[in-house]
Design a protein around this ligand. Structure first.
Ligand code: ZN
Ligand code: ZN
Length: 265
């Protein structure tokens, strides 16, 4: 049982010391955890939402040190990288600097709109919600095709504030799922949506069932921004995985997949 989506205070909007996240993972009974703080942004759009470039070496060093200090739990070195179309090379340069165990690719922006940012929530009023959903899944597809990432983060984050499409957008979801499958990506079941206005895990069951159809493997993440959220609501995440027909969990080491049989219940 692993939580692969854990932030640190280095991103500027999380709290607690890294060792407190490890302590909480032990308390939650996890056998494995991975830090995946926000990688320094390659676009001005993300200014102030991620680690500063100067913080990255210390983040890596502290993760490696915690691995030695806590042999009772596997601690992986991950990172959450934003996907900005057109800036793939800039992202790759940063990713290639370190021996990450995995890289989570996340879409938090549609063009220059931070659609999941509470400070930009007013822009939802001016949008065609169906089109926002289609644009979001088109970006997930492109992020998969970029070859930069191992894991697609919170893969229906677009629902965060509760806006839902009035049309069936499953053709756009299928195109994304097909790209995940072709490019060997793993999808994340992320429990943080339960702590947001939408009050649902990312992704919803109907979306996850499509990923399952395309044989897209899964990992689990809490998206913890404070220690107490590590492993939060994983019982519900396992139930969702079971309902979608999954019986395996994927882990990563040095960007190689490890598939574990799991009986979710
Ligand atoms: Zn994210
Ligand atoms: Zn995150």
């Amino acid at each position: 049982m692993a939580d692969y989506h854990i932030h640190t205070k280095l991103c500027g909007h999380a709290s607690g010391e890294m060792e407190q996240y490890v302590e909480q993972a032990l308390e939650a009974g996890l056998s494995e955890m991975g830090f995946s703080d926000h990688m320094p942004m390659v676009s001005e759009m993300g200014a102030g939402l991620a680690m500063e470039p100067a913080s990255l070496p210390g983040y890596v060093d502290e993760t490696l040190e915690l691995q030695k200090r806590y042999p009772e739990i596997k601690i992986k070195l991950g990172i959450e990288a934003d996907y900005f179309p057109g800036l793939e090379e800039e992202s790759k340069k940063i990713i290639d600097q370190y021996e990450f165990d995995y890289v989570i690719g996340s879409v938090h922006f549609i063009e220059n709109w931070g659609f999941d940012n509470i400070n930009q929530i007013d822009q939802w009023k001016e949008k065609d919600i169906n089109q926002v959903y289609r644009d979001y899944y088109a970006l997930l597809k492109r992020s998969a095709q970029s070859g930069l990432f191992d894991i697609i983060g919170h893969s229906d984050l677009v629902k965060k504030f509760g806006q839902k499409p009035s049309e069936d957008v499953s053709d756009s979801i299928r195109e994304a799922a097909q790209a995940f499958s072709e490019h060997n990506l793993v999808c994340e079941i992320n429990t943080s949506g339960l702590r947001r206005p939408v009050s649902e895990i990312y992704p919803s069951l109907d979306v996850l069932e499509i990923y399952r159809e395309y044989d897209v493997p899964i990992i689990f993440g809490s998206d913890a921004h404070k220690p107490k959220d590590v492993g939060c609501d994983f019982d519900l995440a396992y139930q969702l995985a079971l309902n979608a027909g999954y019986n395996e969990e994927t882990l990563f080491e040095k960007r190689e997949k490890i598939t574990i049989k799991r009986e979710f219940k």
